[in-house]
Ligand binder design. Structure first.
Ligand SMILES: [Cu+2]
Length: 184
């Protein structure tokens, strides 16, 4: 629940930002259209624009370098931030057309490390809740293991679906994970 509320918040924010930026672009076009009738000296405008451009470029460099420096210090990612607890390892092997999984039951709040691979072709490992909202996914590739970290915050039966067309019975590649309340 908490997760989907946060997701909805980001979704709404992205939607509002898109509308605002579209309006901003439209406004710039409108201003240009309205001013296009009047004639002005070219050189002073050019000088002003070049100055502005230098300023923006400098700001961009400063912002990008600070982002790169602050985010690079977290690399290489071992486990997600806040994953202090030893995760429960679930081995997942995709095979035409089904899933081999070392466990199908998880407790709420238990950090899980899915080690996902494939016995034949490329598949997609997708975890959906009962409303078919996607919670986590990674690719299942032959001769390679992708690690997917996920912590379930809501109880229920989660669906495992193949997310990559892998052959004639791709749509039969379904499995389940049950998330239970920790009764301890
Ligand atoms: Cu498939």
């Amino acid at each position: 629940m908490r997760r989907s509320v946060t997701e909805k918040m980001y979704h709404d924010l992205a939607w509002k930002l898109t509308i605002l930026s579209t309006l901003a672009v439209a406004l710039v076009f409108l201003i240009i259209v309205l001013q296009s009738g009047s004639r002005k000296e070219y050189a002073p405008i050019q000088k002003k624009a070049y100055k502005l451009r230098n300023y923006f470029f400098f700001m961009l460099v400063v912002v990008l370098i600070s982002i790169i420096v602050t985010t690079l210090t977290d690399l290489p990612f071992d486990r997600p931030v806040g994953y202090t607890e030893e995760p429960l390892v679930i081995e997942v092997e995709a095979v035409q057309f089904g899933w081999n999984m070392s466990s199908r039951e998880v407790k709420i709040g238990q950090p899980v490390e899915f080690q996902v691979t494939s016995a034949d072709v490329n598949h997609g490992f997708g975890i959906y809740d009962e409303k078919m909202i996607l919670h986590a996914q990674t690719q299942a590739m032959p001769e390679y293991t992708n690690v997917l970290y996920h912590t379930f915050t809501e109880p229920g039966t989660y669906h495992i679906l193949c997310m990559e067309y892998c052959g004639i019975s791709h749509h039969y590649m379904m499995d389940k994970i049950v998330v239970v309340n920790d009764t301890k």
